[in-house]
Design a protein around this ligand. Sequence first.
Ligand code: FAD
Length: 384
Amino acid sequence: MIDFSFTKEQELLRDNIAKFATKELAPKYNHWDRNSEFPYQQVEKMAKLGLMGVYIPEEYGGNPLDDITIGLVMEEIARGDFNCVLPIMISILGAELLCKFGTEEQKREWLPPMASAEKLFALGCTEPDAGSDLAHLKTKAVRDGDDFVLNGEKNSVSMSNADNFFIMARSKFDDPAARGISIFMVPRDAQGVSVSDYRDLGCRAIPRGAVAMEDVRIPRSNMIGEEGRGFQMVISWMDLNRIYIALKCVSVAMLTLRETMEHAKNRQTFGKPLARFEGISFPLAEAETQLEAARWLCYRGLWLRQRGLPYTKEAAMVKWWGPKISTEVIHKCLLLHGHYGYSDKFPIEQRLRDVMGWQIGDGTGEVQKIIIARESMGREYLPY
Ligand SMILES: Cc1cc2nc3c(=O)[nH]c(=O)nc-3n(C[C@H](O)[C@H](O)[C@H](O)COP(=O)(O)OP(=O)(O)OC[C@H]3O[C@@H](n4cnc5c(N)ncnc54)[C@H](O)[C@@H]3O)c2cc1C
């Protein structure tokens, strides 16, 4: 039986989050961008609503929701402030890793401050010589008694202002690819850690930068899960994250499309509203079709995951397609606003810059197509 509706509880939660996002997040969306400032107060407010603990069990201070309901939350937060979705995504990563693979001590230490946003976390995978080909990362974690000593550089860490970094590092050296990688929690204040930030085109509210580690000594108890299993642990979270990335992009593109439709109904040229010209209304109709289709493919992926069914292919599909069409739709909407759209009096230019980055972040379109081809045709048809 197919059912495309959400429950009453989900609708109610969505309405409440929408009100919160409109009142508390949207007014400052541009402010953080202009000043390249992280929205600490907004994240604290999200934590008070339980949004930083949507994957964390109650006993560790969380407020767990199911995957589909979280999708609705992501959409509404993105409509208020696109960049405020990222801290929630990272808390889901933390909860996935720690709840599934962490020890009781690790859960008690890191989950409560994650849920309350008292401490911020970030993920370090990408390196100067390993992005798409993450299995060949070079950061090393060498065992020394009860400690590990880390050396290397992560060079694209979103939320580089975090207090703690989940770091992927090679700790087993007999296997040069994915099976030698483990995950470590590296505190920002550990000796030998240094952070430097980039100046990005978009998502300026979320500092992104390099985390260099020089002889960083951390206790063995900071390794999460089984040694050598880190790659699989992070990759399985990425499937879920890719759907949420697509949803946040599609949601903000839909908002922009609605605003542009209103603009097209009101703005007159040559004695008629813009919307009366098919050169205007047809691209808007095409955009709506594509965004609707992408959105429902996201929810299909979440539906599959919620039932414990494979959804890697659907996640890869929406990850390449969702941010791409969202970027294209927002670009089109910007042009349909004429010179107003090009200025920062409207949020469209910022949305364009913000959304575009997620065609790259968490795996580019090309990498997603490799995954889809692998899932559909078999591993033997991969180029390597
Ligand atoms: C907004 C944003 C946020 C990010 N946040 C984080 C974060 O929090 N933590 C983190 O670790 N990283 C993060 N990243 C990094 C991101 O995950 C990587 O940039 C991404 O995986 C691509 O790696 P790369 O930049 O090294 O590109 P490369 O791997 O060097 O690829 C360069 C180009 O070649 C293409 N390409 C590569 N291999 C193939 C192939 N086999 N066939 C066809 N085309 C190919 C790619 O698609 C890309 O277009 C973020 C990036 C952005 C933009």
